[in-house]
Design a protein around this ligand. Structure first.
Ligand code: IVH
Length: 668
């Protein structure tokens, strides 16, 4: 067969496979028997093997899974992947509706969708071609799992139109695939997955795409990153547009004109939920109009235009066998209930935090009690209450110890706190927990260095502070339990990558008392380098918005310690970055830009920049971005479909720019 004929044949087969795949996996309406699809795929693979120059990245053959990866690359999301606020009852939904109507008026309609219990993914298409798929990660940076996502047959490799866009949705494992997978694993004597969500996440986090290909995963898309070019003006239109482009969306959605309609939709699904072929954990309610969505905006974590109604948590009864104590990073000693293992909301639960002694007294918990257990927010196991009438008299009272279970120093109760603390700074438990915190996702985000590996390294005395992580050698890591060549070289790469993290990740990772992830970001933006922050006085710190007295004291005290100075020196020597890498907001006085000291309001949809990007850039030039238009507003940037804010600006005679003008001024 010559090249030309092969190319023709390959194109023919690809187009048939694409069509059959779409009918089968997206429309759920196959037009040919499975064997015919398999036969065609076989032919295609053979032809591509003979003529490798004809392979393409959008060939249906990539569905079988390509080369094994060394590591998932990190992907920065162009717009952050937010999460949703939760509603747990009818009142929460009515409150949400009231907030929405207060902000945008009474002319609101909602779209209700099933909340699929899987993991969030973002898919990027350029000129109609699927180019990159990523996990949510920490919302700003996810992982590139393109090769694994390409094995999901309902994800189109090429769209019906040559558009460039980013779509978001939920990848999941259908209940049937989950049961079949666990059955096969049981037969092979392998560990079982606790629920479909873990199984889906576990499959997409494998470096070998053939594993994902064998797992029968699926996806529902529920949103478009940039709707600008499509002419779409509502969420319901966006979903229809996704259908049109050949994406798989969930059809159990409903447009609701009132919150009463929303509530009846939600209640209907409480009954129907068990009969679905996939797991859902709630209903997502979204304001339909995109203009109203833009007007409502987002908080740091979640949009104000949507909410997730979570189904009530399942409650089960089990026995509390014992209470165990653990010492956290800040020395707090926490009692944990050890339970007779019991299945709750899809996973087996055998431990639940009891938080502190007061809570144990309040709930009158004794060792040996029959207790009701649920998963709060469907994730964290919690003892709801004790079944007092089932006591036999053999139950035993629990008392908190007077000394640290790990280092035996005396525990103290700080003024105004319920918790008991170990205040020995050399307590091994605290040091170990601090190390676990340092490598965690919101801190230095070092993959492959989880709790288990850190605990081993610490027990073997290979690390005693965070700087030691950067001194680890290949040989030391290879000597650990369950660490092969591959995982060691991945770990070394991950440690290396973490050296270039922006300052806020390191600051948060250092575990300075009262400095959370958000404060760390503010500090990094304001002081820019570790050196400047270390030199800052209490007054300098308090002058920063959001930094209070307590935090300022704690920061000053941290940098005064000789150990801290030494540690930072060691980190610098190891090559760890000490600078903030994002845009730096400057004060109006420092800036000579046209934005200096101006209050700017963004409205409507921007094409080239996300709202966040625009805000960061304006602030970097000394401007201040506000949410609503008032007499104090100096300037309004009106994107496409701008609404009431634009009207108000015009009424007040405020200067209005379009996006193009904004870009010109930003780039001056
Ligand atoms: S909308 C801005 N719609 O629920 C946030 N999310 O915290 C947009 N999820 O992991 C999310 N089904 O992936 C939306 N129909 C649906 C969803 C859905 C599942 C997930 C989402 C995220 C979590 C929200």
């Amino acid at each position: 067969m010559d090249l030309q004929i092969a190319e023709q044949k390959i194109n023919e087969i690809r187009s048939l496979l694409n069509q059959y795949g779409y009918e089968y996996y997206v429309l759920d309406n196959p037009s040919v028997p499975d064997a015919e699809y398999d036969q065609l795929m076989h032919e295609l693979l053979e032809l591509e093997e003979r003529f490798p120059q004809l392979k393409t990245s959008d060939s249906p053959s990539v569905r079988v899974g390509g080369a094994v990866l060394d590591l998932f690359e990190k992907v920065e999301h162009r717009t952050p992947m937010l999460s949703l606020g939760n509603a747990f009852n009818e009142q929460d939904l009515r409150d949400f509706d009231r907030r929405v109507r207060q902000a945008v008026g009474d002319n609101v309609s909602y779209v209700c969708e099933l909340k699929i219990d899987g993991l969030a993914v973002s898919l990027r298409y350029e000129d109609g071609l699927f180019v990159q798929g990523a996990t949510r990660g920490d919302g700003t940076i996810g992982e590139d799992i393109t090769a694994n996502l390409k094995t999901i047959k309902s994800i189109p490799l090429r769209l019906r139109e040559n558009v460039s866009l980013e779509v978001r949705g939920e990848a999941y494992m259908p209940k049937g695939s989950f049961e079949a997978l666990n059955k096969a694993r049981e037969e092979r004597g392998e560990d079982l997955f606790a629920n479909p969500r873990n199984a889906a996440a576990g499959s997409l986090r494998q470096l070998d795409p053939k594993i994902a290909a064998s797992r029968r995963l699926d996806v529902f898309l529920y949103g478009i990153g940039n709707t600008g070019a499509s002419g779409v003006i509502s969420h319901s239109e966006a979903l229809n547009y996704l259908d049109h482009l050949s994406f798989k969306t969930n059809k159990e959605r409903r447009k609701c004109a009132t919150i009463d309609d929303v509530i009846s939709f939600v209640n209907g699904w409480v009954e129907k939920r068990p009969h679905l072929p996939y797991e859902i954990d709630g209903i997502v309610i979204k304001v339909d109009s995109l203009e109203q969505q833009a007007e409502l905006g987002t908080t740091a974590k979640s949009p104000r235009w949507a909410i997730a109604y979570k189904f009530p948590a399942e409650e089960v009864v089990t026995t509390l066998i014992d209470i165990e104590l653990s010492v956290g990073r800040t020395g707090v000693v926490t009692p944990t209930a050890l339970l007779v293992p019991v299945k709750v909301a899809g996973t087996t639960v055998q431990r639940a935090s009891l938080h502190n002694e007061d809570l144990i007294r309040e709930k009158d918990i004794k060792i040996g009690d029959k207790v009701v257990v649920k998963k709060a927010g469907d994730i964290i196991p919690e003892v709801v209450n004790v079944l007092g009438d089932q006591r036999t008299g053999d139950e035993v009272d629990f008392h908190m110890p007077t000394h640290c279970p790990e280092c035996e120093s005396e525990l103290v109760r700080l003024e105004g706190e319920v918790a008991l603390r170990c205040i020995n700074p050399k307590c091994p438990a605290q040091i170990r927990e601090g190390l676990i915190h340092f490598v965690s996702r919101d801190a230095m985000n070092i993959d492959g260095l989880g709790e288990k590996v850190i605990s081993q390294l610490f027990a073997e005395k290979l690390i005693s502070d965070v700087a030691d992580i950067y001194m680890l050698t290949r040989e030391q890591l290879l000597a650990l339990e369950r660490m092969g060549e591959k995982s060691v070289s991945n770990l070394i790469k991950a440690i290396e990558i973490s050296k270039s993290n922006s300052l806020e990740k390191l600051l948060f990772g250092l575990g300075i008392r009262h400095v959370g992830a958000k404060a760390a970001k503010t500090l990094a933006q304001q002081f820019f380098t570790m050196e400047k922050l270390a030199e800052a006085s209490k007054e300098d710190l308090i002058a920063v918005n959001e930094i209070g007295d307590k935090m300022a004291d704690s920061i000053v005290a941290f940098f005064e310690q000789e150990e801290a100075k030494e540690l930072i020196k060691e980190l610098v020597t190891a090559g760890v970055n000490m600078e903030y890498k994002g845009a730096k907001p400057v004060s109006a006085e420092e800036s000579d830009s046209i934005f200096a000291g101006k209050t700017v309001v963004l409205t409507g949809k921007l094409e080239q920049l996300s709202r966040n990007e625009a805000k960061e850039k304006i602030e970097a030039l000394g401007g201040n971005v506000a949410g609503s238009v008032s007499k104090k507003t100096h300037l309004v940037i009106a994107g496409e479909d701008a609404g009431s804010k634009l009207t108000k600006a015009q009424e007040l005679g405020i200067e209005v720019w379009d996006e193009e003008k904004l870009l010109v001024e930003l780039n001056k």
